[in-house]
Design a binder for this molecule. Structure first.
Ligand code: ASP
Length: 229
């Protein structure tokens, strides 16, 4: 693609090698729908622009369920740059399907129109978002967005929307902290939050391996429980 080949031609070249699965990360939202007619392979979306990241949501759900024993009835806050996040949309779909209640929070300039209808509640006030939550998921602030007029400077962002121990006390006792990574220490959260006992951040990374193995297994084994030959 970088050398000028069209994406469709790239996919047709890949298809000529008869892959069972194509795992695709691409900057264009919805790109998998474009390539679907050009391959018989299973397609796994590994992140399409700021649209969706399904396996991230699956590994997040697994991490929450392992920590809390359930998803049903949990109060989840997703906080940060909602506008450029592919993680938030997939998590809204999955968590709501599994019976959790989702609150979204971020600076007003980073809440895209229409996203609110995927959640139960949306607010720009961090304290309101944290109150009574079982799960606090912080999203990455993309440093490259700074200067685009959408964000105050990073220190100001941290002052208003950064997670600190004091603010985290508003969440429920035994609440957990999540982040899809990579984290910006001192921006989305303080280091003691990222490294504390409540943090599931490295569990998320670990569970990503199991989830992606499972996705590949289901693709190539045809969704059966039969072991692979
Ligand atoms: N760090 C995650 C990933 O690379 C989240 C993301 O893509 O936004 O899969």
């Amino acid at each position: 693609v970088v050398k000028g080949e069209t994406l469709i031609d790239t996919i047709r070249n890949l298809e000529a090698m008869h892959p069972d699965v194509i795992i695709m990360r691409h900057s264009s939202p919805g790109v998998l729908h474009l390539i679907r007619p050009h391959t018989r392979a299973h397609l796994v979306n590994a992140g399409d622009g700021a649209h969706e990241h399904p396996t991230q949501a699956l590994l997040d759900a697994l991490s929450i369920r392992r920590a809390k024993g359930r998803l049903q009835g949990l109060e989840v806050a997703i906080i940060g740059d909602l506008a450029h996040s592919r993680v938030v949309r997939s998590n809204c779909h999955l968590l709501r399907k599994m019976g959790a209640r989702v609150t979204l929070c971020g600076p007003p300039t980073l809440i895209p129109p229409g996203l609110s209808r995927l959640a139960h509640h949306t607010t720009t006030r961090l304290e309101e978002a944290l109150e009574g939550k079982d799960v606090v998921m912080m999203l990455r602030i993309q440093r490259e967005r700074q200067g685009g007029g959408l964000l105050p400077d990073l220190e100001e962002y941290h002052r208003r929307w950064g997670l600190t121990r004091e603010r985290f006390a508003l969440a429920n006792k035994d609440a957990v902290i999540m982040h899809p990574g990579p984290i910006n220490r001192g921006v989305e959260m303080t280091s003691d939050m990222a490294d504390g006992a409540e943090s599931l951040i490295l569990d998320q990374v670990e569970n990503g391996v199991a989830v992606r193995m499972a996705v590949l297994y289901l693709c190539v084994a045809g969704g059966t429980d039969e072991p692979l030959a």
